[in-house]
Design a protein around this ligand. Sequence first.
Ligand code: MCA
Ligand code: AMP
Length: 504
Amino acid sequence: MPNPLFDNLFGIHAGKTTPFLHLADGTTISHVDFLAVTARIANVMTQNGLTPGDRVAAQVQKSPEALALYAACVQAGLVFLPLNTAYTVEELSYFIENSGASLIVCDERSEAALTAVANDLGARLETLNADGSGTLMLRAESMPDVYATADREGDDLAAFLYTSGTTGRSKGAMLTQHNLLSNAATLAKEWRFTKDDVLLHALPIFHTHGLFVATNITLAAGGSMIFLSKFDLDEVLKRLPQATAMMGVPTFYTRLLEDDRFTRELTAHIRLFVSGSAPLLAETHIQFEDRTGHRILERYGMTETNMNTSNPYDGDRRAGTVGFPLPGVELKITDPDTGDTMAAGQVGQIEVRGPNVFKGYWQMPEKTAAELRTDGFFITGDLGKIDEEGYVHIVGRNKDLIISGGYNIYPKEIELVLDDQPGVLESAVIGVPHPDFGETVLGILIPEKGTAPDLDKVEEAVKTSLARFKHPRKLIFQEELPRNTMGKVQKNVLRDQYQDMFAQ
Ligand code: MCA
Ligand code: AMP
């Protein structure tokens, strides 16, 4: 029975005893062993009563078992919903409830807090810890290591990835099997991945970059991964000589460049460095080439679309650009007011269409209609232009978004928490340049007349509600916010005012 995503990424490796994952402790996991664990987990989920189309919400540390959980969801036809390990229980509750998950998989440490959420929903709960322990694997051990792969069509859902919005409410982007498979196949080909590739994988696996771009491409090409639990500079430097490719957010590359051990010799075995998720400064690109002789290949994508553009593998990888639309992807620049296509060289909003573009937001038809046109073009919210040679440049954002170390942060979500605090009249959250994270979060508080909000209490409230990476790195008071004649807060004025706040 067909299941395109499983068959083409996982099933094709049946019987292969060659390594799929190289772990930090020097051991490896073969494709055969990985598939056996995958089947065992799929059996646990079926025994839990899950059937194709059900959602599985997972907030688990990066581990081979966590990756097998993703594979098992694909094999059993379940919709995988990976969640950032930094999310608070408050944030998680929303995602779990909104998605109507039938199974929650979490670290033992969150079990108590999430049991109530699971009970409310009538969902099952299994635990999976960083070392592979927990109820999920305990039950998996006694399960058969084969599983009758669920029948799926290309248009069936494979994953939900939650992405925040300018209104502060997160939306579940529905990605189909075909969205994921078509993009993996295109990228593997464009970036010349083969079975001989060894990808240094230091990204988290709860986002598009680490899960779909890095992992799916490696699987599509039949290569292997040095699978590190996180980006640890020493470990990455140690493992680079064994890898042929690496993918990262710009912070990975600036951190490497800051270390003298990062040399041309150390990267001699690598054939490709890829950067994305946030803008790579042209100066980082140039500095990287000077140090290593490698030109980083920058590409551009989104949760809703997977990857849209890429600099060329052969040809000029141009600093400050995100290259050309991928084969099968149409990209146009339109006037944000009229939607009309703009002439070459002019700046407008970026719209994309192709097999990579998601199906819509889960149970949010109005939001889907606002961003996904009936003709299939998706309005990305990014501002850009196409130059005379066809290279796409991203020049800004038409959405209020901060990208810190590759994580997206929507100011509205933080402002809602700040505005709620006693003594706070209103607030504005902005992104300002940061040497390590690219951008970081600054919170500006306007106190109510005659009051002085308690900063400790404000910080405590932020901590309870929001993941650590969203916390303002600094909170400052101001008497009032700059506004235009329409009364809209002029965040550009604030950004200019505080742009050197974290400068080195
Ligand atoms: C960790 N912290 C952060 C971030 N990461 N704060 C702001 N922004 C971050 N990105 C917190 C930590 O909890 C810690 O808190 C403090 O900041 C410093 O931590 P540090 O040890 O320096 O951080 P780290 O653990 O080394 O992590 C930094 C990182 C990581 C390696 C850059 O954030 C990372 O792996 N980022 C990749 C994100 C990613 O995969 N994005 C792809 C999204 P405390 O001070 O309390 O200790 S997919 C996407 O965007 C699209 C589709 C695309 O195109 O790819
Ligand atoms: P996400 O919501 O995590 O899917 O983030 C997608 C956003 O990240 C895009 O809309 C862009 O604003 C940004 N992004 C991704 N890749 C790049 C890149 N190479 N250069 C600039 N911005 C990027």
